[in-house]
Design a protein around this ligand. Structure first.
Ligand SMILES: [Fe+2]
Length: 345
């Protein structure tokens, strides 16, 4: 103590571990030197407490005898050093300096680590933001090309997420469902505009061309959405049917990823309840639910339809605002695959 004071340190003293802790509560310190054997609370208990409560305080243990087991225990609990009495003053001075230097480096390292983590987090957010903006750009490009999809992707994303929440899916899956909903029809970018905006019924060839969009979308997004496989499932499989008669893979039942079964129902829900120029009277939510119930087990997963029914009853699932979009000089006619209840492109 005398040596430390003569070296310019301010020192506090406690007769045992408890007293030392009381002192620390009033005055946190840079370095704590503690005997191992003390009444009431011994040095090892004190060491544990100090490491837990004051991680930036360096602790040096002091003992009258060399007890290898105790020394190992102290060092493994985070003590900086273990001194055995009697000791030379110069030795104490050197070991104290060493402990303080080690503490300084540890604190610096921790601060650097935290700074680095912050920077990585910030960069990751920027990359995610840029990525989502690019995906949003894809959606906008499609909406310019096919005005009837305007708002549709947002609504499918919203309905799918609400259904996913009603089915108690985890946050990561919900995040990917939201994304998948936004981009589910992106493959229509590859559909000829003459077909996309055709007035009147589609020929078989035209219908087959338009229905290539799940695979086209999947191929466009596959290199970009490696970290979001569930969103990709939605893009590829939102036109699968529960009875196995859908496209593109003819998957049936639970072979169809759950997120795609959800998006399929959400897609049809929006198709049925959106105002379209070629269909003067849109359905109410109740009418659309009747249609979903009629197609449950054949086109749709019964559990997904049950979640929609429950959500509507509880008021959790409500129709989003809709708008009539009439592109100049064009009018879509009775296009079977688009207007048949429970089916949408
Ligand atoms: Fe689609």
């Amino acid at each position: 103590m005398h040596l430390m004071r003569s070296d310019g340190f301010q020192c506090l003293e406690g007769g045992n571990g408890l007293e030392a802790l009381r002192q620390l509560e009033q005055h946190p310190v840079t370095l704590l030197m503690s005997d191992i054997r003390m009444p009431e609370m011994n040095g090892i208990e004190l060491l544990r407490e100090v490491r837990a409560r004051y991680p930036e305080t360096a602790v040096m243990m002091v003992s009258a005898v060399l007890d290898v087991d105790a020394a190992v225990q102290c060092l493994s609990l985070g003590a900086m050093d273990y001194l055995v009495k009697p000791y030379q003053l110069d030795e104490v001075r050197a070991r104290v300096q060493q402990a303080l230097e080690k503490r300084r480096l540890l604190i610096e390292n921790r601060a650097y680590q935290e700074q680095l983590e912050q920077r990585v987090l910030l960069q990751t957010r920027k990359i995610e933001h840029t990525f989502l903006a690019a995906i949003q750009g894809f959606s906008s490009a499609l909406e310019y090309k096919d005005p009837y999809t305007r708002g549709h992707s947002d609504r499918v994303s919203h309905y799918s997420t609400v259904i996913g929440k009603l089915m108690a899916l985890d946050d990561e899956l919900l995040r990917q469902i939201e994304l998948g909903g936004h981009v589910h029809d992106i493959g229509k970018i590859g559909v000829r505009e003459a077909v996309l905006n055709k007035a009147g019924p589609l020929t078989r060839e035209e219908y087959e061309h338009i229905m290539t969009h799940p695979v086209v979308g999947w191929e466009i997004l596959k290199p970009l959405l490696g970290d979001a496989p569930h969103a990709l499932h939605i893009v590829r499989s939102h036109h699968e049917r529960y009875d196995g008669r859908g496209i593109p893979d003819g998957l049936a039942g639970e072979e169809i990823p759950l997120e795609a079964r959800i998006a399929a129902a959400a897609d049809s829900l929006d198709a049925m309840t959106s105002d379209r120029p070629y269909r003067p009277s849109e359905m109410t939510l109740e009418m659309a639910i009747d249609e979903l119930l009629r197609c449950a087990g054949t086109q749709f997963d019964r559990d997904v339809v049950a979640a929609i029914v429950a959500g509507a009853a509880a008021g959790t699932l409500q129709l989003m605002p809709r708008s009539i979009i009439t592109p100049p000089g064009s009018r879509i006619g009775a296009n079977g695959e688009r207007i048949a209840a429970g089916v949408s492109a």
